[in-house]
Design a protein around this ligand. Structure first.
Ligand SMILES: [Zn+2]
Length: 329
């Protein structure tokens, strides 16, 4: 149910959830002040071959082969290990790879996705890269029962359209007009291409956009679908800009777990939390489809098209991690 408007509308939708202040705030880990400049470039390694299927599992601490344990060993491993080696999960319409990066090694997967609206929402991509830098530097922030997957550029064609680069970019690389970067190489809006209330002709604000020739007509959507169904994440979080809010997924009704997670993120980050996106009809939304698969999803709309809102999003991410950490106790 996502939007990505140039500016938030002035009329509030009728179904706002009041931001909750009571829950989980006591367990939120204090964010560090590890802010970095937006131009800080991440370093995806496009030349690395993807690991073969099945190698995503964490390395298990080896034990001497000759020694048999006298009792079943406790859950492995005791400490999460950062692993920012990329996995290629698919390719765009124009053949650009889509990468996922793994952090931590716990049994609960959660996924953060930037740039489904490509270069038009380039700040969501730099935010995802900054999150990767953060969790690389601060692996202890990831609870032992969680694995984070970060897909920084879900729409690499759309990023290329405004940077003429793949992956890594600086703000100075951006074209003046970032509008065309919203779509993939076939001019399809990738957040209108999923199988929830899908329509070939979709709407973005007051203009028609292509939802594709059918649900999942686009290779990017299919790659993400495959990844999500394989991992069965406890949460998929999409970053968008710039309507300033947290939106829970649902198809058609708001999904309860998504609502709960949206509230956790919103309470910690300070973004207003919305149950429904009600500014205009949204068809074929990725998060809404995920909810039909029993996978909760939330979308974060940054405040502007330029700033990363790093402190807000770090607080939100750490609150989500604290939520899962509580399940360890
Ligand atoms: Zn968007």
């Amino acid at each position: 149910m996502i939007t990505c408007q140039a500016a938030p509308p002035t009329v509030l939708p009728p179904t706002i959830i009041a931001p909750v202040t009571a829950v989980i705030s006591s367990t939120v880990v204090t964010p560090t002040t590890d802010t970095r400049a937006p131009t800080l470039a991440p370093t995806p390694a496009p030349t690395l071959a993807p690991p073969p299927a099945g190698t995503a599992a964490p390395a298990i601490t080896e034990k001497p082969a000759a020694v048999l344990p006298t009792k079943p060993s406790p859950t492995l491993p005791p400490t999460p290990t950062p692993d920012n080696l990329p996995q290629i999960i698919g390719a765009s319409y124009e053949g650009r790879p889509i990468y996922s990066y793994r952090f931590g090694s716990g049994p609960i997967p959660i996924v953060f996705v930037g740039g489904i609206h490509g270069g038009y929402e380039w700040n969501t991509i730099l935010l995802a890269y900054q999150a990767m830098d953060y969790f690389t530097a601060q692996p202890s922030r990831i609870p032992a029962n969680v694995t984070i997957f970060i897909i920084p550029v879900a729409n690499p064609d759309g990023l290329f359209a405004v940077t003429q680069k793949e992956g890594d970019f600086a703000v100075t690389d951006l074209a003046e007009d970032t509008f065309p970067g919203r779509f993939n190489g076939r001019n399809v809006d990738l957040n209108r291409n999923w199988d929830c209330q899908w329509s070939a002709t979709a709407v973005w604000r007051n203009q028609p956009v292509s939802g594709g020739s059918q649900p999942f007509s686009e290779p990017e959507s299919r790659a993400l679908r495959h990844f999500f169904l394989e991992k069965r994440p406890a949460l998929v979080l999409f970053w968008h800009s710039a309507a300033n809010g947290v939106f829970a997924a649902g198809c058609p009704e708001t999904d309860g777990l998504s609502r709960q997670l949206a509230t956790i993120f919103g309470s910690a980050s300070g973004y207003p939390v919305y149950e429904r996106f009600a500014y205009y009809p949204v068809t074929g939304d990725a998060g809404d489809w995920l909810s039909t698969q029993g996978i909760p999803s939330i979308s974060i709309e940054l405040k502007t098209h330029e700033a990363l809102d790093w402190e807000e999003n770090l607080a939100g991410m750490l609150a989500l991690l604290a939520h899962y950490n509580k399940q360890l106790q």
